[in-house]
Design a protein around this ligand. Structure first.
Ligand SMILES: NC(=O)c1ccc[n+]([C@@H]2O[C@H](COP(=O)([O-])OP(=O)(O)OC[C@H]3O[C@@H](n4cnc5c(N)ncnc54)[C@H](O)[C@@H]3O)[C@@H](O)[C@H]2O)c1
Length: 257
């Protein structure tokens, strides 16, 4: 089989980095696209043959430049992983229009534009696939996450639309919905609390996730590798929960044990 090529957005760190590492360790050539120049170091750590392109996925001009660069270096693209996603918690009454627009531009607009621009390269692959990194917020919501939840629900609908439009062209599209994943985004959030409150929150997370812990980025990466590869050859249009069972839980009643 010829060398498989994957483009992973926001792959300098966190879940994207774990996806890039998982694919690289299983023989893929990986293009890491990230707003942070630390992506150059990430690519070095992946080994030889991988590429870093600095890109703000929420900026249409930079996304165009990214695809020009990628199509100049590679003939075909076997997998596109739309992983870039940001949030800025705010209740609906306090949510700035600029923050709404930015969240939509990165989480949804970037996935749309990159998918469209990558289509010619995906069509040249023999069994191409798109994996969109959504979130449990697409299905189960919390106060203060209105823009993020709307963007991720949109990403799931986008994924299903791609599945029916691109399936006949041999391109599968699926979404992965993580719950709590221990990345920098997550530790930065916990670091905002003092020690006592942080350990209370950690205990609450352990109580509400049936597995009793957050997922590791590497666990999400293995799900992505499965969906991207031949073992998932008939899976098209699913939103796959990878949340340790978190979203199966209804009301949390600590006193009921
Ligand atoms: N961490 C979680 O608990 C969790 C849960 C559910 C879903 N997700 C989703 O998983 C994806 C990755 O999350 P994470 O926790 O690894 O994120 P993260 O905050 O750790 O960031 C990962 C990378 O995103 C890059 N990035 C940020 N904005 C960018 C932009 N505009 N363009 C390009 N790169 C950009 C950063 O530079 C960083 O390298 C996101 O779509 C997120 O919504 C995360």
């Amino acid at each position: 089989m010829s060398e498989r090529v994957a483009l992973v957005t926001a792959a300098a760190s966190g879940i994207g980095r774990a996806i890039a590492a998982e694919l690289a360790s299983t023989g893929w050539r990986v293009i890491v696209a990230d707003i942070d120049e630390v992506g150059a170091q990430t690519v070095e750590e992946l080994g030889t043959g991988h590429v870093f392109v600095q890109c703000d996925i929420g900026d249409p001009d930079q996304v165009s430049a990214l695809m020009t660069h990628v199509s100049g270096q590679f003939e075909q693209l076997d997998t596109l992983v739309n992983n870039a996603g940001i949030s800025k918690p705010a209740l609906i009454g306090e949510l700035d229009r600029a923050d709404w627009d930015r969240i939509m531009a990165v989480n949804l607009g970037g996935a749309y534009q990159l998918t469209q621009a990558a289509l010619p390269m995906l069509r040249r692959a023999t069994a191409a696939s798109i994996v969109n990194i959504s979130s449990i917020h697409a299905q189960t919501v919390l106060p203060g996450m209105v823009a993020y939840a709307a963007s991720k629900a949109g990403l799931d609908a986008f994924t299903r639309s791609l599945a029916i439009e691109l399936g006949p062209k041999g391109i599968r599209s699926n979404a992965v919905l993580p719950g709590f994943v221990a990345t920098r985004q997550w530790t930065d959030w916990l670091d905002g609390y003092d020690r006592e409150r942080r350990s209370r929150i950690e205990a609450e997370i352990a109580a509400c996730v049936p597995l009793g812990r957050p997922c590791a980025p590497e666990e999400i990466a293995r799900v992505v590798r499965f969906l991207a590869g031949p073992d998932a050859s008939c899976i098209n249009g699913v939103s796959l929960l990878a949340d340790g069972g978190l979203s199966n839980r209804s009301y949390l009643l600590p006193s009921a044990g």
